[in-house]
Design a protein. Structure first.
Length: 89
């Protein structure tokens, strides 16, 4: 699903002829109580919510700078590829 979302972002950028500065990723079951403070965020990083990470990464939503977007949206593909490369002949 993340790969498909990333492809849609790239397709829209190609259609527009420009790149987005920030990309917001959110789960479809997320209830927004307030918008993330986009004016405080810059394109050089990835912002994720604090807490409820249960020892991992809270992936409920993220604001991703364009230069980091391929890493964020490709993370599941990277996990799977790393695992498959180790487990399959």
């Amino acid at each position: 699903l993340l790969d498909r979302c990333w492809r849609l972002v790239e397709e829209e950028e190609n259609r527009l002829g420009s790149r987005f500065e920030l990309i917001v990723s959110a789960r479809s079951d997320l209830l927004w109580l307030a918008a993330p403070p986009l004016d405080l965020m810059h394109a050089g990083g990835i912002w994720i919510p604090d807490g409820q990470d249960w020892g991992g990464l809270n992936d409920r939503w993220a604001v991703v700078g364009r230069q980091s977007a391929e890493v964020w949206f490709g993370r599941w593909r990277s996990y799977a590829k790393g695992w498959l490369d180790r487990e399959l002949p």
